[in-house]
Design a binder for this molecule. Structure first.
Ligand code: ADP
Ligand code: ADP
Length: 229
């Protein structure tokens, strides 16, 4: 059966305003499903329900046929990896930040993950912050570089299910392209749910679900959806 499944999920933060109005979809093993839609459609809410930052109000979210409400937080965190939209780094080396989530990883594994995420040059540096001036080992990282640290962390952790929150708008085209290639690498042959703002970033998805105002408005492959545009 599907690895990840939403069964007629309804959700609201505020009872006066329904955010998800009965959303159903499945992500089969090894496939990539993308949810795209305008800002405010409820896309990030979907990832929050998988990670149980919130629970569905009606319906259910299942992983490997099991309701996520019956899965321990520990096992949920082990099976689902997330590359969030905004990455907040710990005030420690980039290598430490990559290793977070799999502390037992070898230096060699950390270096390999950094290489795939294209951040090899600065794994010994420290994110600019509390007590590190820029210029010594202090690094002033762009949003895209921080996101690549999160990608390296996820490569190292290698979770069975991956959530990529690409609904980012702040990146320039070049950075977006670099991140895209790192993400394509991570999601290959892995059960992946991509959350994205624009159709153009999810060309390789096996199925694309268009979410509008908390409802699935369209679904299909990239070509079919472009034809509807
Ligand atoms: P998207 O990711 O598609 O932009 P979200 O899932 O983040 O949309 O949000 C859907 C709607 O829910 C938005 O209108 C947003 O303002 C609202 N929302 C998101 N988080 C909260 C919250 N914690 N409390 C109340 N409303 C929220
Ligand atoms: P772990 O369980 O892997 O040790 P966390 O539970 O802190 O780590 O977070 C798991 C993943 O979810 C991390 O990639 C983290 O950046 C991301 N994350 C944590 N909190 C949030 C949040 N409130 N919104 C979005 N992403 C988050």
């Amino acid at each position: 059966g599907p690895v990840l499944k939403f069964n007629d999920v309804k959700f609201h933060y505020d009872p006066d305003r329904e955010i998800l109005k009965g959303v159903s979809f499945e992500v089969p093993a090894g496939k990539t499903i993308a949810v795209v839609g305008p800002s405010g459609a409820g896309k990030s809410t979907i990832s929050r329900l998988i990670y149980r930052f919130y629970d569905a109000i009606e319906g259910s979210v299942e992983i490997d046929g099991q309701d996520v409400r019956d899965v321990t937080q520990k096992s949920l965190r082990a099976s689902v990896g997330m590359v969030p939209q905004d990455t907040v780094l710990f005030n420690d080396t980039i290598a430490y930040n990559i290793r977070y989530g799999r502390p037992e990883a070898t230096d060699e594994e950390v270096r390999e993950a950094a290489k795939l995420a294209q951040i090899s040059d600065f794994i010994d540096g420290l994110p600019q912050g509390f007590d590190t001036p820029v210029g010594e080992r202090g690094l002033k990282l762009s949003g895209g570089e921080k996101q690549r640290v999160a990608i390296a962390r996820t490569i190292l952790k290698s979770p069975p299910i991956l959530i990529l929150d690409e609904a980012t708008s702040a990146l320039d085209t070049q950075t977006e392209r670099e991140i895209q290639s790192a993400l394509d690498h991570v999601s290959q042959n892995r059960t992946t749910l991509v959350i994205a703002h624009r159709l153009s970033t999810v060309i390789n998805a096996d199925e694309i679900i268009v979410l509008r105002a908390g409802e699935i408005a369209e679904r299909g492959n990239h070509e079919a959806l472009l034809a509807l545009d």
